[in-house]
Design a protein around this ligand. Sequence first.
Ligand code: AR6
Length: 231
Amino acid sequence: DSSLEREQMPILPNAPQKEESKGKENAVQAIDNDVPTLAFPSISTADFQFNLEKASDIIVETVEEFVPKLGNARLVLVDLTRESKIVSLVRAKAAKKSIDSSKFFTFAGNIIELSTKGGLNCNVIANAANWRLKPGGGGVNAAIFKAAGGDLEKATNEQAKSLLPGSAVVVPLPSTSPLYNREGITHVIHVLGPNMNPQRPNCLNKDYNKGCMVLRQAYTSLFEGFLSLLK
Ligand code: AR6
């Protein structure tokens, strides 16, 4: 468990400590902030109610597959709190594999303020989107669209009008967007994961054969989208 967690510990947005160490040679220094970084939330595991054990296996497996292709870039799984169950599961499973912890680690923080509040620079963030690519709803989708301003909706619509489950679309963020200015985010990659929530469109009715396949496709599309930006 150790190395993945260590990477995260010193830079947790733990307010008092962070204030104190501001302007000093602080723990944030331990993080190399000049490398291309994709921050991504756990797709489908909150509003879309996907099983956490299964999702964590898929995250670790697809990460393991993509890490060797990253060059100097890195992948960071993000969730709002340190108590995140999905993050704990992924961390434990990743630690059992020999995944380079400088290329993949987990981080607790709000995906729209990782740089300003957490000291983690991410030039690309992923969104757990809805099929119409609409702002609002809840979770990370609402947060990202709100923080990015109207620019993101417009830029998204120029790339795609809708998404199929398992697919992703890379959207360049206009430099006028607050997310670009404040956080240094140049691209948002919208991803549509499988939905297990009967109250949402395209519910898979507990079909985890299909669900796992679609979630795997979703992460593959996401990571390929990120790789396409590195070229
Ligand atoms: N920063 C980091 N992680 C977050 C944030 C945030 N601001 N907000 C939520 N998470 P969810 P889904 C984590 O529900 O299950 C929307 O309404 C959260 O704790 O956002 O794929 C869309 O419009 C969880 O670990 O996405 C879709 O209709 C993860 O992000 C639907 O929800 C994903 O939770 C998609 O549902």
